[in-house]
Design a binder for this molecule. Structure first.
Ligand code: ADP
Length: 473
């Protein structure tokens, strides 16, 4: 059941709402930039319009003043002209050359313009624009024209100004609209983004649902791919690959457990039976001793088996730590050969050792001894009477390549890729005479892998087998 807090976290922490919010924020940013751009564009256009009108009027007045003396007719003309564009609610002032006001209408504020004109290099017979404040502090936009005669003497000062209220009103309306529109747009973008994300993430929900249904008993289930090769298809395909690996490992572990139980069950049943039979009646001391000796041998084999299983389990869990040192393969083999002496003599197998003491690898001595032991033990055990085993090694590049070859029964091609599997024996009935469980080569492979080396086998039936091991220096 989803509780309130969970729902909240799932909703707001969920990818859908995050996508929607990011999308909306981005959208808002773009809209704000665009709105700003249009705001300043509109402002510039409106000001340009006002400047054009005010400037044009000052020019007209100046040229009329040059043509005719100032009089009522001109005042009427100006009033008519200005009243044609009431949105600028213009006012004006005309001064003569001595700066005496000869006509004016509307508000003031032109004194400030006059002061600023004096402070500037005034270009005569052309209009200039000023942003000034009237005595009440209200902004005032003024076109000023200093009209001069042919000799450059100032004849008149003409000022036409406007508070540009209409412009400011228009701009304010724009800003107000924007102010109300932006949050609404943001909300719409969030909702739209959320719906879009909901649709876009449908495959994820499908994958999640399917994944939830996969249990250990259903590891063979796979997600169906749409075949479009999009991100979700790739996700599903990666998941399928991972599932295949898990299934493979799980099956191997199950197989290993069942093989291990089987291998342990048989000798324990035999031992139990032997003890029951022995205890069935009173026996001589020597008989009891014989039984105990045979039980001890069996227990030793079992202990070896358990040790190998434990080692492989530790390798699987990554718990094996190498105590790396420089190990001379020649010396290591010499120690082992003494041990093998009785075996190869009894089997009538010749051992040829072509390893010099200088052949050195970097690795864990105990594990390398186990590796050599398993390979040489197999080479002797699976040999024929009068056969040979040869052990040689040589440096190759950054590695030492060691070969253990024998002239034994060989391994058929169909078994070659399986002999490194746990509990795999080519012919269990023939192996049973030899006390082996099919773990020796799995242990060898694990040891070589732990040393970042490689091991492979070549074999010909009834000719012999060669195991090649490459180990880094
Ligand atoms: P086992 O403990 O049975 O020897 P291994 O894992 O060491 O198990 O070997 C797996 C199987 O590979 C053996 O059962 C045997 O049939 C085959 N094998 C291993 N080494 C040799 C060899 N040198 N010659 C022929 N067969 C071999």
């Amino acid at each position: 059941m989803i509780n309130k807090q969970n729902f909240f976290t799932r909703f707001f922490g969920g990818i859908r709402i995050q996508l929607a919010l990011w999308n909306a924020l981005f959208f808002l940013l773009i809209i704000t930039i665009l709105a700003g751009y249009f705001y300043f564009g509109l402002r510039r256009t409106l000001y340009k319009g006002a400047a054009f009108f005010l400037g044009h009027e000052t020019q007209e007045v100046a040229s009329m003043l040059k043509r005719q003396p100032f009089g009522l007719e001109l005042v009427q003309w100006i009033d008519k002209e200005l009243s044609e564009r009431p949105e600028y609610s213009s006012s004006y002032q005309i001064l003569d050359s001595k700066r005496k006001v000869i006509s004016y209408a509307g508000g003031g504020g032109f004194e400030d313009v006059l002061k600023r004109l004096d402070a500037l290099q005034v270009k005569k017979n052309s209009e200039m624009f000023f942003d000034v404040k009237d005595p009440k502090g209200k902004r005032y936009y003024v076109a000023a024209y200093v009209s001069a005669d042919d000799r450059g003497q100032t004849v008149n000062y003409i000022f036409i100004g406007s508070y540009l209220d209409v412009i400011h009103e228009k701009l304010q309306i724009y800003l107000d609209k924007l102010f109300w529109m932006l949050p609404n747009l943001f909300l719409m973008a969030v909702i739209f983004g959320w719906v879009l994300a909901w649709f876009a993430l449908r495959p994820v929900r499908r994958i999640t649902k399917k994944m939830e249904a996969i249990t250990v008993n259903k590891l063979d289930e796979r997600l169906t791919l749409k075949g479009s090769g999009d991100d979700f298809d790739r996700l599903a395909s990666t998941f399928n690959t991972m599932l295949a690996r898990i299934q493979n490992s799980y099956e191997r572990i199950s197989q290993f457990t069942s093989d291990a139980s089987h291998e342990l069950k048989t000798p324990i049943a035999v031992m139990k039976n032997q003890i029951e039979v022995t205890l069935g009646k009173k026996r001589e001391l020597a008989e009891y001793q014989d039984v105990l000796v045979s039980q001890l041998e069996e227990l030793e084999r079992l202990s070896q088996l358990i040790e190998s299983m434990l080692f492989l389990a530790r390798v699987d869990n990554g718990q094996v730590k190498l105590h790396a040192e420089r190990v001379s393969l020649g010396k290591l083999l010499d120690e082992l050969l003494d041990f093998f002496e009785p075996l190869h003599v009894s089997k009538n197998v010749q051992l040829a050792q072509k390893l010099s003491d200088e052949i050195v690898v970097r690795g864990d001595k105990t594990l390398l001894r186990q590796l050599l032991f398993n390979l040489v033990d197999n080479a002797i055990n699976y040999n024929r009477p009068g056969g040979k085993v040869c052990i040689e090694a040589a440096p190759e590049g950054h590695q030492v390549v060691m070969k253990i070859s024998d002239t034994g029964r060989g391994i058929a091609a169909e078994h070659l890729d399986k002999i490194f599997d746990r509990f795999y024996r080519v012919d269990p009935s023939r192996s049973s005479g030899i006390t082996n469980y099919g773990l020796g080569l799995s242990v060898c492979k694990a040891i070589v892998s732990a040393h970042e080396g490689t091991i492979h086998v070549e074999s010909q039936l009834e000719q012999g087998t060669v195991f090649t091991v490459s180990l880094p220096f």
